[in-house]
Write a protein that binds this ligand. Sequence first.
Ligand SMILES: [Fe+2]
Length: 154
Amino acid sequence: MARPTLAAAPDTPTVVLTHHTPYPTGSWWFDYQGVVGAELLRSVLSRHPQVLRVVAGHVHRSTQTQWGPLVLSTAGSTAFQTGSGVGGEGPPIIVDHSAPATLLWWRDDTLVASGGRPRRPGHAPTCDISEEWAAYGDATRLGGTISSHRDTTS
Ligand SMILES: [Fe+2]
């Protein structure tokens, strides 16, 4: 099976996913080795404007940067988070806390990235509108007004 190439689909909006982060994130304990081929990747992507975004992983924290008009980011980990402060010299920090999954939504000619946390069993939502959802969904889709009255005493 032939591998798809950027040159073969110059008009196809494209998101490139990588494991290793092709830019320094400010966490010295991930950045110290750099990424072999990052400059080559940058050079290739600069010739393919259909690439809208690069999303990487590896560093277990959410970061963003730009190579010219191209946005690159890392997704927060759904396992544990790391940090030492951007540009910090302190010891590595690992926090037993998951980040929202990175959601990418393509509509018309716009790519929206957001963090979304699915409902998990045993974790009560801060604001549960599931009982009111039918009316809320109908009102918002029709452009109508939404009642601000909520019984918050129960
Ligand atoms: Fe990794």
